[in-house]
Write a protein that binds this ligand. Sequence first.
Ligand SMILES: [Zn+2]
Length: 168
Amino acid sequence: MHYKYCPECGKKLIGKLAGDDGAVPYCTDCQRYWFDSFASCVIVMVVNEFHEIAMLHQSYISDEHETFVAGFITPGETAEQAAVREVKEELGLDIKRLEYAGTHWFDKREQLMHAFIGYVSKSDFTLSPEVDGANWIALDEAPSRMFPDRPGNTQHILYRQYKSKLGK
Ligand SMILES: [Zn+2]
């Protein structure tokens, strides 16, 4: 988000030089800069010991494609904590091992996605109200259920990373 008005007092912001960053929106009343902001989110590909992937159906996102666990990082929380929390909330599963898979810019929503592979023991899901359904899907079948592969699609980045770890 690029600020034009001060989120605190509503005054129109001016461009003020801020070192290497060049002109940055600045509130002359509050005397503070308002740097462009964006949300930090986590996305977790949850896999079990049989190399099956948890695919979620969330109709508020898509009826056609299935999602991974994802959510916003809340203030005061690390990306790792958010990943563990979201998997527990959405699927009711405890992560045994969390593997970091880098950050990826999701241009459609202007979100920085912190990607993880979350290893769990296979068990039934306890779904949150925001998840309409979830299934364990065989590795090779998963891509056909994901959103189409395109630059910035973190699902496929995670999938490829996991597969290459398996030597496939
Ligand atoms: Zn202000």
